[in-house]
Design a protein around this ligand. Sequence first.
Ligand SMILES: [Ca+2]
Ligand SMILES: [Ca+2]
Ligand SMILES: [Ca+2]
Ligand SMILES: [Ca+2]
Ligand SMILES: [Zn+2]
Length: 595
Amino acid sequence: MFANRKIFILSLCIALLLGATLLADAVADSGKKELISPKGNIDWARYYNSEEMLKIMKELERRYPKLARVYVIGKSYLGKDLHLMEITNREIKPALSKPALYIDGNMHTGEQTGAMLTLYMIRHLLTNYGKDEQATRLVDNCTFYLRPKYEVDAADWWLANPGDTDYGGSVHPRDNDLDGEADEDPADDLNGDGQITRMRIKDPNGEWKISEKDSRVLVRREEHELGGTYYRILSEGIDNDGDGRFNEDGIGGINLGNNFTWGWGNRNAEQIQSSPYALSEPETQATVKFWMAHPNIYQAIDLHTSGYMKAVLYFGGDHGKEGTPASDLALYKHLAAAYAKFTHREEIMMRMEPFPTSIWKHGRGDPEPFNYYYMGILGWCEELWGSDYSNPFLWKYDKDGDKKISQEELLGFLDAEVGGRWFVAWKPFNHPQLGPVEIGGLVRKFTTQNPPPKFLEKELKLKLPWYLYLAEVAPQVTIKETKVTHLDGNAFSLKVTVENQGFLPTNVTEWAIKMGLAKPVAVKISLKNALILEGKEKIRLGHIPGNQLRGRREGFPDNKLSASWILKKTGKNAEVVVEVISEKAGTDHKKVLLK
Ligand SMILES: [Ca+2]
Ligand SMILES: [Ca+2]
Ligand SMILES: [Ca+2]
Ligand SMILES: [Ca+2]
Ligand SMILES: [Zn+2]
């Protein structure tokens, strides 16, 4: 696998000897025995691997047995269990009888902030149940399918090793440079500091020079510039296969975020990151199987990192090219506007046209269009964090006020907030192939890709409210009224009125109706000592609008529908059990006496 084995082994030894010092406080257990305190506190200033996450989830399951369940939904490429936590108050209704929000994190190897936000939500809902009004109501009325670690093999490897997988993909080997060999030239931690940074090499033809504002930073050389000291930049490593390129085919490289079926293209062109075929990977298969087995899911979210201008929030529909109905687009925009408000990104939203960003063409094999176009539900992806002006935590470090964050300004943030950590000072290194170079630069993992560990909780706190809001908008059917009228003798009429008290319609999207993906709301009656004279045992009411349009439009459609029967009492204590069933808006039932 490694052409230059000796050097690789040498660098590996150095790495082991010096210890992965830089990684240490990003991942290490801070000496405490328990990962979660008796009061439910978790150290949010570090990132957790799948084993630790499972320990925390199992402990929460033990503490909240009526609300939480952890189960396995499949296996990873290397055969590890894929876990999901279900949260709902099962004493009220079973999980499948409530509208469900599905969230996963860490679909891409290094995008660990998503896993942490999912865990943050798990802890928030469980430890605040019975204390916080919103958390209690949501856990009573909704089901949460929360899956911090979508991918485990590469995500765990990423936390324990200096490098990254190709395209943030799984560890499943992939020949990313199409030279006939897979994973033959990964990055190498040459200076043994536990990170892959960069190498700068003095070169009169180099495109880079040292910044006048901050000597740690390299900036582009002007086209007309001559006579200075210039550099070439390469990522840290050696050309293991001697093809003249550095680190061009690293570990794995099957992007699980492109392994779904939407808009699938040629395996070596459009799908270069996701071959060999749609749904080829066990993680993707497990996900689709889970979604199909849980038709109560009305909204699905993948948490990624990291955002940049024009790409902080993606949705699984389109802005008018692929047939997304206007009402669905308006709905997406409404929820995205709430996102902008919750995350202080209204101004960013104004600068993005259109917002949110659609995934329909360039999102080949993405899950969000799968959610929308194949499942008829709302699909989202947020790119958490970010190292440019889209990230509100960096605004105060925009020293020249140009609404852009330069490398110097990003370092200003690191200096002020985390004592300058996650920048490796440039130091000379004698490279076996290139001769004298310097190794240093930003530790991408905990600066541009994820928040520095010390800063992580601020990002989690900022982002949680919108996800709780997405649970607030769930469609919710209830039996609003049952009216029994005595006609004559033993005959009664029964009228049942069903209301959707939620914001979303029971069909969730207009697309779901258009494609026959939405099941109509039904009312079923079961009788004791009575029989039906007129009407069917099960009546399909159709789709019930939510209150999303209320107050904004004249002639707003009513969010109630009714069904009627004529019944005959055949004995004493005649009763009717009325049951309302909606796939995505939950169920409700009520007992009615005929008298
Ligand atoms: Ca290759
Ligand atoms: Ca590869
Ligand atoms: Ca290094
Ligand atoms: Ca190479
Ligand atoms: Zn991603």
